[in-house]
Design a protein. Structure first.
Length: 381
């Protein structure tokens, strides 16, 4: 079991960031596809990836990939997989997945076939006609895309965006993995001031603090694979020790503001849960009056989109006043704004230097990036 294959589902647009994260974790054979990233791994890498990955949605252990055009072929190929190497006699193994552009388009039928095939293999190996399934969870996930079937076990449990710090949110919360991606795309490294004038429940500012400290985002939560018999508990301890040893000490200027005092209070409570309350200052503030005197900085934010007609008009007015405030910032500031509004640039008053397509849940957005000059590096590069 030394050579494993992992699949990391990601929000569309984040494949490159997740691939770079895996390479920084010294994973090999990293390759990105639409909506997911693959890499080779050893058992010890399962805890490391779950604990450290900022932009991936979950960590799936690939048991097999093959083509199937009929239910008979699906059953036989799934039954041929080495289920007994991973799922114990009492393991619970429910099945879920999806099918796109494939002959086997009925998801419930595919679920049933895969469940029966895995049960047939396990029942034969353990000498049981009926498996108890009263032990740890070994969630089977499958995807069928253009007749190519990928069968996996979910090692994460709840999605990796559930860091454990956001017990309470506000309306239209930003997923933590997307917030981390926005911070990474801003090239924030903890040196300059970092500000979010539409902070809501504080997700962007909290992810910025975790990145500045190089703190693993999964340290405050548990994972499904921690209960798996074949994955030793000391691997999880070693991965946590490695992550904590890599943390940085320092003082960082991270600020979040929101016009809603209730949102600010929630953000402060979430920062406490994330153990970064000493690194972030939250306060009630109007984004239209945002200002900062430092010559360099990062502004990364997710203002209201305005999905309905009246809200759209209100959003445009908000973007206009916020754009005026952003233009008053010193030239060294780099501004990143996530919005689904098709007329954002016109309302904001500036054409973005760079636009990157991202998805906030099912909402198609653009990350509008406005760049000032980079801070000069000290010494030779």
């Amino acid at each position: 079991m030394s050579n494993l294959l992992l699949a990391i589902p990601v929000l569309f647009g984040l494949e490159g960031l997740a691939a770079e994260e895996l390479r920084r974790l010294a994973l090999n054979d990293v390759r990105a596809e639409n909506g997911r990233v693959f890499c080779a791994a050893a058992p010890a890498d399962l805890p490391r990836v779950n604990l450290n990955l900022r932009t991936g949605e979950r960590v799936l252990l690939v048991l097999g990939q093959f083509y199937a055009h009929t239910f008979d072929a699906l059953f036989e190929q799934v039954r041929a997989l080495p289920w007994e190497d991973f799922v114990p006699q009492n393991g619970a193994f429910p099945v879920k997945g999806y099918s796109l552009n494939s002959a086997l388009h009925s998801v419930p039928a595919c679920q049933s076939i895969i469940k029966k095939a895995a049960a047939a293999r396990l029942g034969q190996k353990y000498g049981l006609q009926r498996l108890p399934e009263d032990g740890a969870l070994y969630q089977i996930q499958f995807s069928i895309l253009k007749d190519q079937v990928t069968v996996t076990l979910d090692t994460s449990g709840p999605g990796l965006h559930k860091r454990g710090y956001r017990a309470v949110g506000v309306a239209a919360p930003l997923r933590e993995t997307l917030a981390a991606a926005m911070v990474l795309l801003s090239r924030y490294q903890g040196r300059d001031p970092f500000c979010d004038p539409f902070c809501g429940s504080g997700t962007i500012a909290i992810e910025a603090a975790l990145i500045a400290k190089n703190r693993a985002p999964g340290l405050n939560r548990s994972f499904a694979a921690q209960r798996w018999e074949w994955l030793p508990a000391d691997l999880w301890m070693a991965a946590a020790d490695e992550a904590m040893d890599g943390e940085f000490d320092g003082q960082y200027e991270i600020w979040g503001g929101d016009i809603d005092p209730a949102a600010v209070e929630i953000a402060q409570n979430n920062a406490v849960k994330a153990d970064v309350e000493d690194l972030i200052r939250f306060e009630t503030a109007d984004a239209a009056r945002f200002c900062h005197s430092e010559p360099y900085g990062r502004l990364v934010t997710n203002p209201p989109y305005g999905e309905r007609i009246l809200e759209k008009q209100q959003a445009e007015t908000l973007y206009r006043s916020f754009g005026q405030a952003a233009r008053r910032l010193p030239e060294g500031w780099r501004v990143s704004v996530l919005s689904s509004h098709t007329e954002f640039e016109r309302a904001f008053g500036r054409t973005a230097v760079k636009r990157r397509k991202l998805y906030n849940g099912m909402i198609k957005c653009d990350l509008f990036q406005y760049g000032g000059p980079r801070r000069k590096q000290a010494g030779p590069i």
